[in-house]
Design a protein around this ligand. Structure first.
Ligand SMILES: [Zn+2]
Ligand SMILES: [Zn+2]
Length: 496
């Protein structure tokens, strides 16, 4: 234990030296390592706990050691987890562990990390002259040598490009390797938030779209990131790199237009009551967005249904207020292709057909009435039984020979085989005996319909709106907080 505390204090001093930080910040680093020590004593050596605690100081260490400005907000993006091994490469690199002040290895080209057991590492360490501290071990192998350490490791790319390559993709920033509770590796890309956004924006919106739409998307992506910093806290990083959080493709997905949009909105986020908003968005709404309460649950004051149409006389007058009228009118409105702002979207209007045998196959395992233990019922019909004032289907009834089954809100899309949206009508074909033969889904838009309509944002930008106005249209009542603008304060912490 004494040795551990000694190591911890040595590491704190090392960080101090590397970062050249102020006294106040030094206290923060040491505090982080005391948390680490506490975690280690109380719960024995648990690398996952240790990794999380280390992030208190790690982000600042990363900033110092890579030359990022200390004032830059850093984010930790999970590129992979539950991995038995990870191979990274860079034109040249330095490898740090969490204890030693100097790099434990430096080299060029590829380096492979493996999760190994303490016994394996101990045997290897003797042969290789390495140091092991027990518990879980990461072993790194490169042309420059082999080393086994208790991790985490940080790989800092050097050279003129300062990029690392993982699985054929290039990334800015540095790589961090953690061991999870199961002895597998987690790979994290640590980099400034703004540079992370360079690799996000064109994964979420085409680079050729209007500059004001791209700027709106940049603010949305930044707000989303800050709102969700704790989403993967238990795994030791802030956000993952796929649709669960935001798609992040690294350097290879960057485009000058996207980078310009991020830079021209640097630091700007959307807030409500001083907090970053839940900036959900979708590809296209089909003409009218939706209240979050009709899609998931709960009331959110800025996630209300809004029009995504120009003043088209052929449009329906939303919000719809009569159940009977909306059933009669929503079909023609979908067929007429009104001049909504998102009309250029590929999925502005769509069709999907399910024959009766296809529908039976699709629903057999989902509807207990069709696969019940007490004899199976037969599918008779699929009907819309609820629709919101924004025109979206909120309830569908599956009529079976032995009863009915109800499905509601956004689950309807996946339940019916992956419909693009819940903005649809069902046109059912019947045979001469009046039995349903096929279900034609005629719909509009792509996605849940809540928050910003991306294609609509591009439509508004083409109509001359700026990104501020676009955002405040889709998220009603929010504030756009600009750095140094003297606006409302926003209490966002990048740290766990
Ligand atoms: Zn995620
Ligand atoms: Zn729209």
């Amino acid at each position: 234990m004494r040795r551990r505390v000694r190591n911890i204090l040595a590491a704190a001093v090392m960080i101090e030296l590397l970062s050249g930080a102020t006294r106040g910040r030094s206290a923060l680093y040491i505090f982080g390592f005391i948390v680490y020590a506490g975690a280690s004593c109380r719960w024995k050596i648990n690398m996952r706990m240790a990794a999380t605690a280390l992030t208190v100081a790690g982000m600042i260490l990363s900033a110092a050691a890579t030359g990022f400005s200390e004032s830059e907000r850093m984010v930790r993006i999970g590129l992979g987890k539950d991995l038995p091994s990870v191979t990274l490469s860079a034109s040249d690199w330095r490898l740090y562990d969490s204890i030693n002040q100097d790099p434990v290895l430096s080299g060029r080209g590829e380096i492979t990390f493996q999760a190994v057991t303490a016994t394996e590492a101990s045997a290897g360490a003797k042969a290789e002259g390495g140091i092991t501290t027990g518990g879980a071990i990461i072993k790194s192998i490169s042309a420059a040598g082999i080393c086994s350490r208790s991790g985490p490791f940080r790989l800092l790319p050097g050279g003129p490009n300062q990029v690392m390559i993982y699985a054929g993709k290039r990334y800015r920033g540095l790589a961090e390797l953690l061991l999870d509770g199961k002895g597998r590796l987690t790979l994290i890309n640590v980099l400034p938030l703004e540079q992370y956004l360079y690799g996000v924006i064109n994964c979420e919106m085409p680079a050729g779209w209007s500059s004001e739409a791209l700027k709106a998307q940049a603010v949305v992506a930044r707000t989303y990131a800050l709102k969700n910093l704790g989403k993967h806290q238990a795994e030791g990083f802030n956000l993952c790199n796929d649709v669960h959080c935001q798609v992040y493709g690294g350097l290879d997905r960057e485009h000058p237009n996207g980078i310009r949009a991020v830079r021209e909105t640097a630091g700007e986020i959307l807030t409500w009551s001083g907090q970053p908003i839940d900036s959900v968005f979708h590809a296209s709404c089909g003409g009218y967005t939706e209240d979050v309460a009709n899609v998931w649950a709960g009331e959110v004051p800025y996630l209300k249904a809004v029009s995504c149409s120009t003043d088209d006389p052929a449009s329906l007058h939303f919000p719809l207020n009569s159940l009977y009228r909306e059933f009669a009118l929503i079909g023609p409105w979908l067929s007429d292709r009104p001049q909504a702002l998102c009309r250029r979207s590929r999925a502005y209007r769509w069709h999907h057909m399910l024959t009766m045998p296809q529908a039976e196959r699709l629903l057999k395992d989902k509807v207990p009435l069709l696969s019940g233990r007490n004899g199976s019922g037969k599918l008779i019909d699929i009907r819309v039984t609820g629709r919101s004032s924004a025109g979206r289907v909120t309830a569908v009834e599956v009529v079976c020979s032995n009863g009915t089954y109800m499905i509601e809100r956004d689950r309807i899309r996946s339940f019916l085989g992956g419909l693009k949206s819940t903005l649809f009508v069902i046109r059912t074909s019947y045979d001469k005996e009046g039995r349903a033969r096929a279900f034609g889904f005629e719909g509009g838009g792509w996605g849940h319909g809540v928050g910003l309509c991306q294609a609509g944002a591009d439509g508004l930008a083409r109509a001359g709106w700026n990104y501020d106005a676009i955002l405040k249209h889709y998220y009603q009542g929010v504030s756009l907080v600009k750095p140094d603008a003297g606006g409302e304060e926003c209490s966002v912490s990048p740290r766990f």
